[in-house]
Ligand binder design. Structure first.
Ligand code: MLT
Length: 428
């Protein structure tokens, strides 16, 4: 590996150190570039720029590898639970049985939210998008726990904020759904595990007992595990940037929720379902829409295909596709949207047009099929993504704080007007 990189500017040579990660990724450390040369680098979208060093998640876009703290997601999805994976991401190791029981118990104890949170719900229009409510109420936790904004929290105080956030997001997320449906809210139960409790709060009615189906609990655990972290994606980078200003965990995660809501990011799973529904409504002729996607004069684009980082396939999509088949078979659901999805996928995997452009199904493509099978409405899909991604956001915020990283403050290249004098309004 090169020990250093040389940049030659205006006839002068400048050496910069090269660093290598534990998975042999390499970077040129340009921390002193501007001081030494007066130059900055420009990398719109930061696609070639490392914002930090992190020990949480490793992904290899070429090989389709994704590991949380070194553990392959294939193993975690099959053998672990979402709360165990949350512990792994946040604390860096798989918990002992006693540690997991305590972590899970602490979260259960904190799932209840202050009664004043219900009053805030009453202030939202019933048609409010659940992500608007979720980001607002997660930020509102700083109002209920003002001590959480202190920049010098102890480990114990940070751990308490972590527990509160892991616990209360599930209640708030379920309540956004009930509020949206105009249904009575369900209070959390302390006798249920995390995913069962969420499903209970989402789907239980005073008039009929909600039977918790272990197959659905298993599918939900798998979905949340697969969304739990994804290194420096847009929403995680947002959480780190906001947190680098010493903003609270709640405020930083609220910012991440808003970034995730974007249709180019976590909102894509809602876009995929709406695309499948539009194809179904149009008659279900997938070949017509594949032709439209290939027509550069047609604005139609296939949602849920391709990825900024994965160059061959999204490892999460493979697992979610298998889970979708299993859940629909187990529940005896014959979803016509799944058939449309499978036809689109078949085209994407065989048609040279999509193969050359690396347009294969990503994590968003099949997740909506499972959420729909579970009974979760389309507008709640990105809320489910946020529920899954929370442990990753927490782990990344915590790592940034523990490493005492500086406030994020990127530079720019100015391309506006050069200096000019003010002109009185009547002279313009
Ligand atoms: C994610 O999981 O955050 C998405 O795949 C987006 C990304 O990693 O850029």
């Amino acid at each position: 590996m090169a020990e250093s990189a040389e940049i030659i500017l205006d006839g002068k040579s400048y050496p910069f150190p090269v660093i290598e990660g534990t998975e042999h990724e390499k970077a040129i450390d340009i921390a002193k570039l501007r001081d030494l040369t007066g130059y900055v680098t420009l990398d719109s979208g930061y696609k070639n720029t490392g914002a930090t060093k992190s020990a949480i998640t490793f992904l290899d876009g070429e090989e389709g590898i994704l590991r949380y703290r070194g553990y392959p997601i294939e193993q975690l999805a099959e053998q672990s639970s979402f709360i165990e994976v949350a512990y792994l991401l946040i604390y860096g190791k798989l918990p002992t049985r006693a540690e997991l029981e305590d972590f899970s118990h602490q979260i259960t104890k904190h799932t209840l939210v202050h009664e004043d949170v219900r009053k805030i719900f009453d202030g939202f229009p019933s048609a409010a998008h659940p992500m608007a409510i979720l980001s607002s109420l997660i930020c509102a936790l700083t109002a209920f726990y003002p001590e959480s904004v202190a920049p010098d929290l102890s480990k114990e105080e940070i751990d308490l904020n972590v527990i509160r956030l892991m616990a209360k997001i599930s209640t708030i997320a379920a309540w956004t759904y009930k509020n949206n449906m105009g249904h009575p809210l369900n209070y959390p139960r302390n006798d249920l595990d995390y995913c069962s409790n969420f499903l209970y709060m989402m789907f239980s009615f005073p008039t009929e007992k909600y039977e918790i189906d272990p197959r659905i609990v298993s599918a939900l655990n798998k979905l949340l595990i697969l969304h739990a972290d994804h290194e420096q994606n847009c929403s995680t980078s947002t959480v780190r940037l906001v947190g680098s200003a010493n903003a609270s965990l709640y405020g930083s995660v609220s910012a991440g929720i808003n970034a995730l809501w974007g249709p180019l990011h976590g909102g894509a799973n809602q876009e995929v379902l709406e695309m499948l529904q539009a194809i179904q409504k149009d008659g279900g002729d997938t070949s017509k829409f594949i032709a439209k996607a290939k027509d550069k004069n047609d604005s139609f684009r296939l949602m849920g295909f391709g990825h900024r980082v994965y160059k061959n396939f999204d490892p999460r999509a493979k697992i979610i596709k298998k889970a979708a088949d299993e859940v629909l078979a187990a529940l005896g659901i014959d979803d016509p949207l799944l058939k449309i999805a499978q036809e689109l996928e078949q085209a994407a995997l065989t048609d040279q047009y999509f193969i050359e452009r690396k347009l294969y199904p990503n994590v968003d493509f099949y997740s909506g099929i499972i959420y729909r099978a579970i009974g979760i409405p389309t507008e709640m899909f990105t809320v489910m993504f946020a529920l899954g991604r929370l442990p990753g956001w927490i782990a990344q915020w915590k790592e940034m704080r523990e490493n005492k990283e500086p406030i994020g403050r990127p530079r720019q290249i100015y391309t506006g007007e050069t200096e000019r004098n003010y002109v009185a309004i009547d002279q313009r």
